[in-house]
Design a protein around this ligand. Structure first.
Ligand code: ZN
Ligand code: ZN
Length: 366
């Protein structure tokens, strides 16, 4: 702001100029400011009172919509110098009320990563809540980030360190996204450790990559006909010792599964992504068909959920334990289907790579 005094030196005739943001904050205080100018003994006294008024008006402006009080004003004063240090080019967004800040970190490969800080006001305490798009938890010293005098700069520092740590993981995921037909997730965030992608016609794999050890063999789950799935599992177990952690995940997968994974450069999406044979749709709850008829001349694809509903309506279907035995809606050949939630978890190989053991790692519905 700029204060211009008249030649007479009278404060009451002074002119105050400021930018639009400050103008906006002070819009309801024109009269009060005029009174303060008239009553102040000198310019320094006016400036002190003006400062108090400014703080008060800012508080009211925030308080009218979010009830934020002194604690927040204090945080506000602490945050700005920290943002100066972090560099404003790394500030991606600040909401109008200054209740959340999103910072960006560009890594060496120009990937963008975000950390969002939201300020929660509870009574006297203003607590920052951090969310990131990291695949690993952001470990912050508890005492520091929970106190009022938390350091946003420090949390950004820890965030940048975590990004460094995950570089190999991001490389692996980028390689998959670029070179395969990814079926799920439809739009993967940087935090997502899972990908389901095509291995060939009517066969796909879902993997869960370990962000700390991305070059080790991931947890996996195959989708396809029983015949194709058992063939791939057999190859995986037989060739496991060929897994080389110095090579990329896709190179290793192709080697041990003895296949060439279709990529957007040498194939068309339509060759691998077909609609559900029951609902005729592609995505159901964001999932593409994940169950294939085992009969080699049929190999129709279905959503697990659609197939389950279909089998339930067939009088000839019977259930034993968690498996429903019925018929394919197309070729009428026998078809077995696990009930949802049973036996649809990941499998994994032990870290030493000695033997692939089909163990259910976690139950997950698809
Ligand atoms: Zn369906
Ligand atoms: Zn069939």
């Amino acid at each position: 702001m700029r204060i211009a005094l008249p030649e007479s030196g009278l404060l009451s005739q002074a002119k105050i100029e400021c930018d639009w943001k400050l103008k906006n904050i002070l819009s309801n205080y024109k009269q009060v400011i005029q009174q303060k100018l008239e009553k102040a003994a000198n310019l320094i006294q006016f400036m002190k009172e003006f400062k108090n008024l400014l703080e008060e008006s800012y508080k009211v402006k925030l308080g009218t919509t979010s009830g934020i009080d002194d604690a927040f004003s204090l945080s506000f004063k602490e945050i700005l110098p920290q943002l100066d240090d972090i560099g404003w080019e790394n500030v991606d967004n600040i909401d109008d009320l200054f209740t959340s800040i999103r910072l960006v970190k560009r890594d060496l490969k120009s990937r963008h990563h975000y950390i969002n800080t939201r300020f929660l006001q509870e009574e006297e305490i203003c607590t920052p809540v951090f969310t990131t798009d990291l695949p690993i938890p952001l470990h912050l010293p508890k005492a520091k980030y929970q106190s009022l005098k938390f350091s946003i700069k420090e949390s950004y520092h820890y965030f940048c360190e975590a990004i460094e740590l995950c570089q190999a993981f991001f490389d692996v995921m980028d390689e998959i996204d670029k070179n395969t037909w990814v079926l799920e997730p439809q739009k993967a965030s940087r935090a997502s450790k899972e990908r389901r992608f095509c291995l060939g016609k009517n066969i796909s794999v879902q993997i869960d990559v370990n962000p700390y050890y991305p070059s080790t063999i991931p947890q996996y789950r195959f989708f396809g006909t029983d015949h194709n799935v058992s063939l791939l599992k057999q190859k995986l177990n037989n060739n496991l010792q060929l897994w080389n952690e110095r090579k990329s995940l896709l190179t290793n997968l192709q080697k041990i599964l003895e296949i060439s994974i279709p990529s957007p450069t040498n194939s068309q999406k339509e060759e691998f992504i077909t609609p559900c044979g029951i609902c005729c749709g592609y995505r159901l709850n964001a999932t593409l068909p994940d169950k294939v008829c085992d009969y080699s001349l049929c190999e129709k694809q279905f959503h697990s959920l659609c197939l389950l509903e279909w089998l339930k309506t067939l009088p000839s279907s019977r259930t034993s334990f968690s498996v429903i035995h019925g018929q394919c809606p197309y070729c009428k050949k026998p078809l077995n289907h696990y009930k949802l939630g049973s036996n649809c978890g990941y499998e994994f190989c032990d870290v030493n790579g000695l033997l692939g053991i089909g163990m259910v790692y976690k139950i997950q519905q698809h």
